[in-house]
Structure formats: structure tokens, C-alpha cells
Write a protein that binds this ligand. Structure first.
Ligand SMILES: Cc1c2[nH]c(c1CCC(=O)O)Cc1[nH]c(c(CCC(=O)O)c1C)Cc1[nH]c(c(CCC(=O)O)c1C)Cc1[nH]c(c(C)c1CCC(=O)O)C2
Length: 365
């Protein structure tokens, strides 16, 4: 561990992202992309070639390299640690494999409430997920203070859905069956996940994460009523518990909640102790501002597919997006992750358009 402890990190040189999380003034609108470390980069494909996905996640050196790759190409204002949300079900004792062309797969998903007994009830998060903490500490050093490092987790409902579906699903009907047929067991599982997530996020901050994003990627298959019961209380709990604990040690780390396709929940999410609410592209920037009433910063939300447009068109779309959100309390991003067939040059055009147009808008003030 010599020379790599979570202390004496290099001084941060670009704090635009952290300032924007807190609604403070910045010289330009900060920008990063979900899945910025990914298969659209040839160097990523080369590093990952022939290696097992979760073995890569367990190698701090590999995670560090993959996290840094996009920053060598583009002037992103934040880095997000390379890892996966499914490391938590693994830490709970479930087998998860990444199957090429199919995505994450659980050979033995949860079927009935009795299966909860097969899960590790007391997970030693610090020990089981130590490899993630090591990756964060190493990456924070290697970033040399260029930009802040974001840690992340899946939200309880999204993780529960994977653990029951056993992989990708369009309807999430197996997982939703639990909500309607086994509400008590569902809450038991969601609570178990919440406790692990809180410890996991605190461990990430101790290791050097400077902001935290919670991915509720499967919000879209819930309606407002189910969301209120099975997602929102746990999202709130996570933010409150993490913040309370951090406060005790005099720390304060901005938190982002991203509930994909959860447009119905925007008002609630803006009052859930998160500094930032992430948005997908189905929400109009101006209406998002009105509905959140200036209570939070907003992040998002260009349709990732707009990156298939020519560069000039990308620039126009970005300009409209910036005019809609305004330049204060705003972090530019896509409405979801980049796809493997996207052109890195257009990602560069997106980043440049955000910086150029936002500087221009800020100078007009
Ligand atoms: C749902 C989810 C997962 N993982 C994640 C989510 C939440 C975000 C979202 O809604 O997309 C989170 C995640 N996964 C990954 C990151 C890394 C950081 C970044 O955004 O750059 C992050 C933040 C790396 C990854 N995670 C994965 C990849 C691609 C596979 C590879 O590198 O071999 C990457 C770069 C694999 C993964 N892991 C998961 C899926 C659905 C897939 C895609 C499977 C496929 O496309 O074949 C589960």
C-alpha cells in the first residue's frame, strides 16, 4: 500500500463539476458522459480483449487504466471509476457472469422468498469490495488532480430486479411479481441492499471518491405508486445515512440520483437529500427546472443517439440544451450511457460544444 494510501491526494485543479453539484458559479458548464469508459474506444476494447469482465473489475490497475482512458482523449470535467453495479450481488454470494452479446447473467437468480436465505445476510463490505476501494485510491492518485473522481452504486430496486430476473429484461415481470405477490420479502431484500449500499458508498468516499452517483436504472418499469413504495424510501435512506455518517467526520460529498425513465418522480427526487438529479432525454430541460424549483442541480440529458448526428447538428442540440437548463447548477451529460458503435470524434464534439457554448452564454451575463 506504500505511497498509495487514501491520504495526500494531489490537489484538485478543476473543480467545475463539484461547484456545479452545489449550484455555485463555474467558468464553464462541466461535462462528463455515462459509460465514458467503454467499448466505443478502441483502446478500451484492446485493454479488455480476451479478459473476463468481472476479473477486470477486480484488478485495481485495470480499473484505473480504463477510467483514465477517456480523459486522455477528451477534456471531461469528471472521471467515473470503472466498475459495475453487480459487484454487490456478487459480494452477497451470488454468481454473476458477463456473457458476450447477452450482458450480465445470473445462473441462479432468486426465484422465491425462501431464496433470500441463500444470501449472505451480513456482508463484510469492506473486505468483499476491497478491490473497488483499492481501484478508487489508485485512480485518485493517478488522476493527479486533473478532475474529481465519481464513485457509484446501483440502487436497491435496480439490483433487486437483476437478482430476480437474472439478466436483461424488457418487462422486469419476474421482479415486479415479487412486489405484488411478496411485498414483505421485497422490502426485506431492499432493506438488506440499502444497508450494504450505505457501507459501500462510505467505503468509496474513505478510499477517495469525491462524488457519488446512485443508478436507479430500472425506475421506468415502476409506476408512481410502486416507486413511492419500493424505490424512493430506499433512495432517501441511502442519501440521508451516507450524509449523516460523513458529517460526523466533517466530510461532505455531493450525491447524484439518476432514476432512468422515472420522469413521474422528479418532484420527489428533488427533495430526497441528493444535491443533483440526473435526467434521461424524455424530460424537457425547462420543465425539469420548473418541476424541481431550483432545489437541486440537474445533470443530463442529451439523447445518446444524437451522437450519431453530424458534428454541426450535435453543436446545435447542445446549445439548445444549455439554453434550456441554464448555466448554473447544471452538469452536461447524456441521458444514458454511450453505445459501443459511437464515434469517439463525436463524443469530442459533444464535450467541446458544451464548453464553448457555455463559456459564451456565461460571458453574455
Ligand atoms: C445497469 C447497469 C450495469 N452496470 C452499470 C449500470 C447502471 C448504469 C446503466 O443504467 O447503464 C453501471 C456501470 N457499468 C460500467 C460503469 C463504468 C463507468 C462508466 O460509466 O464509464 C458503470 C457506471 C462499466 C461497464 N459495464 C459493462 C460494460 C460493457 C462490457 C465490457 O466492457 O465488456 C462496461 C464498460 C457491462 C454491463 N453491466 C451492466 C450492463 C447492462 C452491461 C452491458 C452489457 C453489454 O452491453 O454487453 C449492468
Amino acid at each position: 500500500n506504500a505511497g498509495c494510501g487514501p491520504k495526500d491526494f494531489p490537489e484538485l485543479k478543476n473543480d467545475a463539476f463539484l461547484l456545479a453539484c452545489r449550484g455555485q458559479e463555474t467558468p464553464h458548464v462541466p461535462v462528463w458522459c455515462m459509460r465514458q469508459a467503454g467499448r466505443y474506444l478502441p483502446e478500451f476494447r484492446e485493454s479488455r480483449a480476451g479478459k473476463d469482465f468481472f476479473a477486470t473489475c477486480r484488478s485495481p490497475a485495470a480499473c484505473c487504466e480504463l477510467t483514465l482512458q477517456p480523459l486522455r482523449r477528451f477534456p471531461f470535467d469528471a472521471a467515473i471509476i470503472f466498475s459495475d453495479i453487480l459487484v454487490i450481488p456478487q459480494a452477497m454470494g451470488m454468481d454473476v457472469q458477463m456473457v458476450a452479446g447477452k450482458g450480465p447473467t445470473f445462473p441462479e437468480p432468486l426465484k422465491e422468498p425462501e431464496d433470500l436465505l441463500l444470501l449472505q445476510s451480513k456482508v463484510d463490505v469492506i473486505k468483499e469490495l476491497d478491490y473497488v476501494f483499492k481501484a478508487i485510491t489508485l485512480t485518485r492518485h493517478k488522476l493527479e488532480g486533473k478532475v474529481p473522481l465519481i464513485g457509484f452504486t446501483g440502487a436497491p430496486w435496480t439490483l433487486m430486479a437483476y437478482m430476480i430476473e437474472g439478466g436483461a429484461s424488457t418487462t422486469q415481470s419476474k421482479a415486479k411479481r415479487w412486489l405484488y405477490r411478496h411485498p414483505e420479502a421485497s422490502h426485506q431484500l431492499l432493506k438488506m441492499l440499502t444497508d450494504i449500499i450505505v457501507e459501500y458508498l462510505l467505503g468509496q468516499v474513505a478510499a477517495g471518491a469525491q462524488a457519488l452517483q446512485v443508478f436507479e436504472s430500472h425506475a421506468g418499469c415502476l409506476g408512481p405508486v410502486e416507486f413511492q413504495e419500493f424505490s424512493l424510501p430506499y433512495l432517501r435512506d441511502i442519501a440521508r445515512k451516507v450524509k449523516d455518517q460523513l458529517k460526523e467526520s466533517g466530510q461532505d460529498v455531493p450525491m447524484i440520483v439518476f432514476a432512468k425513465d422515472g420522469h413521474y418522480s422528479l418532484e420527489d427526487l428533488s427533495q430526497s437529500h441528493y444535491e443533483v438529479v440526473g435526467l434521461d432525454w424524455t424530460i424537457d430541460p425547462r420543465s425539469a427546472r420548473e418541476r424541481t424549483g431550483g432545489k437541486v442541480s440537474l445533470q443530463g440529458n442529451m439523447d445518446p443517439c444524437a451522437l450519431y448526428a453530424p458534428k454541426e447538428r450535435i453543436s446545435e442540440i447542445v446549445k439548445k440544451m444549455l439554453e434550456g437548463f441554464g448555466t448554473r447548477g447544471y452538469i452536461a451529460n447524456l441521458g444514458h450511457g454511450l453505445y459501443p458503435d459511437m464515434d469517439p470524434e463525436n463524443v469530442g464534439a459533444f464535450v467541446e460544444a458544451v464548453h464553448t457554448h457555455s463559456r459564451h452564454l456565461l460571458n453574455l451575463k
